[in-house]
Design a protein around this ligand. Structure first.
Ligand code: ADP
Ligand code: ZN
Ligand code: ZN
Length: 676
């Protein structure tokens, strides 16, 4: 009896490339094809070189003619490096964000694994670096108040099934304490907890708090790790040796052996959205991951995003409310300071300066907030009107006095400060506007003898600098604090009794429809730094628009009434969360190319089923030129998410075949958070 011809095995492989498809290979000539499993890394020939891809599937048919298939070179793993639940999540993410699978899968792997290194712990790993399990005796835990207790009970009652919670708690209401209690229960059950924190929020203090409480190995994943440290922490998480995994955005894809709960702290924070390459929202991926894995997920914030509030209203998330500050701390009093017509000294009004003087005289700390670093945002020639601009961006250069440089905050270009106007050779060059550096200088003159701390990206660049400054503040060495939004996250300043917000007006008239939401979150978060413990806080907001309805609501009735009104505006305008958006972005060194490509893309869409989707544009991006490239976008808007994704599914694979697709850099941004 003649043997049936064996069906040929085909390896379907995600190869790190910007192409929207997987690639088929034959198994390597030597080796046992039956040992192959999805999630293993495979070295394959690709173009004229080799690369490492991830095996997605072993199949018996191929879209490519048998003869043309190449054989894979080598299978790198005996066991899959990624477990099936992670593969499933990545498949979903690649589909939902319409990003090429190869890049999505490769983004989920630590660099050393991408390079083909063994999925094994480093030699020095155990008990080192980011996996510290400290021998200290565990921290004592406070008794929860009633709302905290209700929140913990709700989440712990949901363990073992999918349920999304929004922990909506004012700053200092003890949200972190709620997380700690939930995690305690999760660990008791032998499960793991995944905690995501914003870039700036994942501080050594937060990690130390977790360590003190539990005294168990912690896998900490953030951008400051070496490749080796990252792989070790990742393996600890994947193999279940770290009961607690805490990390920034990309940690959402970390495999977990026994996942029990996912917590997203400061869920409104923009740093959860990746703004380039594979543009995903770690918060939204976290919710999908919890759903796929049947886990509870908790999103916590003092200023929940309008999206999450809307989801809570619609019943998709269960809202848990912590209305009071924990312990005895009081809510700060917020007031608007109308600076119209007031004499201003370097963005500081007389009433605010007087107030600061009184708080300082009482030996309290004062915090001033301005979300602009540097000395001044503009250098102007008083003789001819010339302004120092970035050659590579549509932006002014920011003057930095300390480093004596003009710096572009968009592309990083820097050059020495001009002494004479390059246009008219005049010598009367003036710094216009204010940044934190200039405010610091002005305050030093006004309050000689007062010790100041400035906290922004410039003063905290050195490793350990931020920690030093924060320690100095807590030790009472600095009385006057000036800073950008770095000051708004996660830090508690119990002795601060006055918070001054120097400029609330930027957010009110922003080109981005999320500008007001951002402003309200910033103000509320900064305000929440003050008046802890026994010292009540006072918050003063300088504005030229004291009657702006949203600002007025925020100040008189708080973030939630503001959010309701802002949501109502979004509903009337048909903006998210009442519609779904996607942006097709394009950029090129030639000015016309991006728009020409987008026009082709728009025409391609019109040949498809566009029902329920509006195509708006193409238009130049609000900042058209950035880092030497011209940018434009096409906006897709749909009142039903399903309509949008139906169109994207059919349309995106065609984009790479458009005549101009190779002449521009383009990217799809689903649920964009920034329009520029
Ligand atoms: P959040 O994360 O909401 O800003 P934290 O959990 O950091 O709040 O709590 C703020 C402060 O209140 C911390 O110093 C914390 O130790 C304390 N705290 C939290 N819950 C309680 C409680 N139930 N009783 C007493 N103090 C508490
Ligand atoms: Zn001039
Ligand atoms: Zn620039």
């Amino acid at each position: 009896m003649a043997a049936m011809p064996k069906p040929r095995l085909i390896l379907r492989i995600a190869v790190p490339s910007p192409l929207y498809r997987s690639f088929d290979y034959l198994p390597p000539p030597d080796g046992d094809p039956t040992a192959l499993a999805a999630g293993m890394r495979v070295r394959v020939p690709f173009g004229r070189t080799q690369t490492i891809g991830l095996l997605l599937d072993v199949d018996t048919d191929s879209r490519i003619e048998g003869e043309r298939l190449k054989a894979a070179l080598e299978v790198l793993d005996e066991q899959p490096v990624l477990p099936t639940d992670t593969l499933r999540l990545l498949h979903w993410a690649s589909g939902y964000y319409h990003h090429p699978a190869g890049e999505v899968f490769s983004a989920a792997l630590p660099v050393l694994l991408r390079q083909g290194r063994a999925a094994r712990m480093g030699k020095r790993a155990k008990g080192q670096g980011n996996m510290e399990s400290q021998g200290q005796s565990p921290d004592s835990r406070p008794l929860l108040n009633v709302s905290q207790h209700e929140a913990v009970t709700a989440v712990c009652g949901a363990l073992g099934g999918f349920h999304a919670f929004l922990l909506d708690g004012v700053t200092g209401s003890g949200k972190t304490e709620v997380y700690l209690h939930i995690i305690e229960r999760v660990l008791e059950q032998g499960l793991q907890a995944l905690v995501l924190a914003p870039e700036i929020g994942l501080t050594p203090q937060l990690v130390a708090r977790f360590q003190r409480r539990f005294g168990v190995p912690l896998a900490v994943l953030h951008s400051g790790l070496t490749d080796r440290e990252r792989l070790d922490a990742w393996l600890m998480a994947r193999d279940g040796q770290a009961p607690i995994v805490i990390g920034t955005r990309s940690a959402v894809f970390t495999p977990l052996k026994r996942p029990g709960v996912i917590i997203v702290d400061e869920e409104h924070d923009l740093s959860f959205k990746q703004q380039e390459g594979f543009r995903y929202s770690a918060r939204d991926v976290a919710v999908m991951r919890a759903q796929q894995a049947n886990l509870p997920v908790m999103l916590g914030s003092a200023t929940p995003s309008l999206e999450s509030l809307h989801n809570a209203e619609a019943g998709r998330y269960q809202r848990l409310h912590l209305p009071e500050r924990a312990g005895s701390a009081l809510h700060p009093l917020i007031e608007v300071l109308d600076v119209r017509g007031q004499p201003m000294q370097d963005s500081l009004s007389q009433p605010l300066l007087d107030l600061a003087g009184r708080h300082l005289a009482d030996h309290n700390q004062v915090l001033l907030f301005l979300n602009r670093r540097g000395y001044a945002p503009t250098l102007l020639c008083h003789d001819c009107g010339w302004v120092a601009e970035c050659r590579r961006c549509d932006a002014h250069l920011t003057l930095h006095q300390g480093s004596r440089l003009l710096v572009c905050h968009h592309c990083g270009t820097q050059r020495p400060i001009d002494r004479h106007c390059p246009k008219c050779n005049g010598a009367d060059l003036r710094a216009l506007g204010h940044g934190t550096e200039r405010i610091e200088q002005a305050l030093a003159q006004r309050f000689p003898g007062i010790n100041m701390a400035r906290i922004d990206r410039d003063t905290t660049r050195r490793k350990g600098a931020l920690e030093n400054l924060l320690e100095g503040i807590h030790a009472g060495e600095h009385q006057l604090l000036i800073g950008t939004q770095m000051l708004t996250k996660g830090h508690h300043f119990p002795d601060v009794t006055l918070v001054g917000i120097l400029d609330a007006d930027q957010g009110l008239f922003s080109a981005d429809f999320r500008g007001a939401e951002r402003m309200a979150q910033l103000i509320t978060q900064v305000a929440g730094r003050a008046g802890r413990a026994d010292k009540p806080g006072q918050v003063v907001i300088q504005t030229h628009h004291p009657d702006h309805p949203l600002l007025h609501l925020l100040v008189t009735q708080g973030y939630h009434r503001f959010a309701q009104a802002a949501l109502e505006e979004r509903r009337e305008a048909g903006l998210p969360p009442y519609s779904a958006l996607a942006l097709l972005r394009a950029e090129a060194t030639g000015r016309d190319l991006p728009q020409a490509f987008l026009t082709q893309a728009s025409e391609a869409a019109e040949q498809l089923d566009c029902k329920g989707v509006d195509l708006l544009g193409p238009v130049p991006a609000p900042m058209e030129k950035r880092a030497g490239r011209y940018r434009a976008h096409l906006l897709l808007q749909a009142s039903r998410r399903g309509d949008l994704h139906r169109l994207l599914d059919a349309w995106v694979p065609r984009l790479e075949k458009l005549p101009l697709a190779r002449k521009v850099r383009w990217a799809v941004d689903v649920d964009p958070m920034e329009m520029f």
